[in-house]
Design a protein around this ligand. Sequence first.
Ligand code: ATP
Length: 265
Amino acid sequence: MTNKILELKNITVGYEANRPILNDVNLDVYQNDFLGIIGPNGGGKTTLLKTMLGLIKPSTGDISFYKKDQSVSRLNIGYLPQINQIDRKFPISVFDVILSGLTPRRKFFTYFTNEQKQQAKDVANRMGLESLINRPIGNLSGGQLQRTLLGRAIVDNPDLLILDEPNSYVDKRFETNFYKTLEEINLNTAIIIVSHDVGTVISLVKNIACVNEGLHYHSGSNVSNEWLEQTYTSCPIEIVGHGDFPHRILEKHDGCKCCDNPLPD
Ligand SMILES: Nc1ncnc2c1ncn2[C@@H]1O[C@H](COP(=O)(O)OP(=O)(O)OP(=O)(O)O)[C@@H](O)[C@H]1O
C-alpha cells in the first residue's frame, strides 16, 4: 500500500498555446502528507494549484487520484484561497460561509438538512467561532475570516486541503493556534500549503516542493541552503533561525524576478 492520493505525471501546463508555465512536472501526494510548496514570484505555484483543482487543463501529462490505492475519478478537495480573492463586502454570515462548503441536498431550492446545519455549527465551534456565528464576514478580523474560510474548507471532510498563502490573512495572535489546528486536521487529511514564508513552511511540513518553471521535490523538510539556492536558481536564499520559526533572508542581488520586496539594508 503506497497511500498515494494524487499523482501528477509529466505535466506541462500554461495559459497560452506553446507558452508553458510549468514543464514536465511530476509529483505524488500521500494520505496524511503535509506538503509545502515554495518558489519565487511568478514561478508557477498558483498555476500548479489550479491544475490540481482541475481549473486549467494540462497540454500534456496525466493527473490521477486514488483512495486506498484504488483509482478514483476525483478527490474531495477543500481550498483556502488567498485573502485578496475574497469579497468581504458580500453580505453573508460566518455560519452561511461554513455551510456553503457542503452540497445542498436539493438542487434548485437550496436546501440543507438539520444534520448539515449541525455539522456547520460543530465546525464553527471547532474553529472557535461560536460567538461570531451570525456576524457578517465584513465585520471580522483577518484571523477570524481565515478561521471561517478554513471551516468552510474542512466542513465536508476533504481528502486534501489546499491552503494558498495563509500568511496573507496576517493575524499574529492567532498564527500559532492556526498552525496547531492544521496539525490536528493533518491527522485525517492531506495538506498542501503554498507560502512565500519559506521558514514557516519548513518548520511545519513533512515534504517540500519548490516550483520554478518545473518542480523540484524534497522528501522531508530538512532542506539545505544549497538545495534552496539551486531550486530558486536566479534568487539567492538562506534560512536563519529567529524566534519560534526560521525566516528567509535574501542576499543582496539584482535582476531577479522574485525581488519585488527586497529587504532593507
Ligand atoms: N490567466 C493567466 N493568463 C496568462 N498568464 C498567466 C495567467 N495567470 C498567471 N499567468 C502567468 O503565469 C506565470 C506563473 O504565475 P503563477 O501565478 O502561477 O505564479 P506564482 O508562483 O503563484 O506567483 P506568486 O508567487 O507571485 O503568486 C506568471 O508569469 C504569470 O504572469
